[in-house]
Design a protein around this ligand. Structure first.
Ligand SMILES: [Zn+2]
Length: 151
């Protein structure tokens, strides 16, 4: 399944409007949003990146998403969930999808992210709290259960 593309090409995510190197996305899946990536020339990727920056501007959203991912996968929790649930998808996609799920949970109020007031060396200061654990379990089950109608 793992494809090693030419180093002269980049992988483009249409939803995030940014490119990745093959090393950053070994399964040709966006590490942020889990969309399928499109291979394109370095020039095309740079040009598209420049155009996208004019449209979108700030990397804050991406950093915020990375922070959420780092918090929930801390101490090997990401791999642990993956092993226990054994979803039919590569780990990177699972990680991106759970990150998206938790982000939605925070929007909807069944998940809360707790951050220290300023950057801290104490990792426990960054944590995830469930206001509704049952909701999380239900959503997680939907996420890892194969959807057959979606082809
Ligand atoms: Zn993406």
């Amino acid at each position: 399944m793992v494809r090693n593309g030419s180093p002269k090409t980049y992988l483009w995510c249409q939803s995030c409007r940014r490119s990745y190197s093959h090393a950053d996305a070994p399964d040709v899946t966006c590490p942020v949003c889990a969309s399928s990536l499109r291979e394109m020339s370095r020039f095309a990727a740079i040009a598209r990146g420049l155009m996208a920056n004019e449209l979108s501007g700030s990397p804050l959203e991406t950093k915020h998403r990375q922070l959420i991912r780092l918090i929930w996968t801390r101490n090997g929790m990401g791999e642990r969930y993956y092993r226990v649930l054994a979803p039919d998808m590569p780990y990177s996609r699972f990680e991106a999808q759970v990150t998206g799920l938790l982000a939605r949970g925070a929007d909807e109020g069944w998940v809360r992210f707790v951050l220290p007031p300023s950057p801290s060396a104490d990792e426990n200061a960054y944590r995830l709290e469930f206001a509704d654990e049952e909701r999380f379990v239900r959503e997680l089950e939907e996420l890892v259960t194969p959807v057959t109608s979606d082809a």
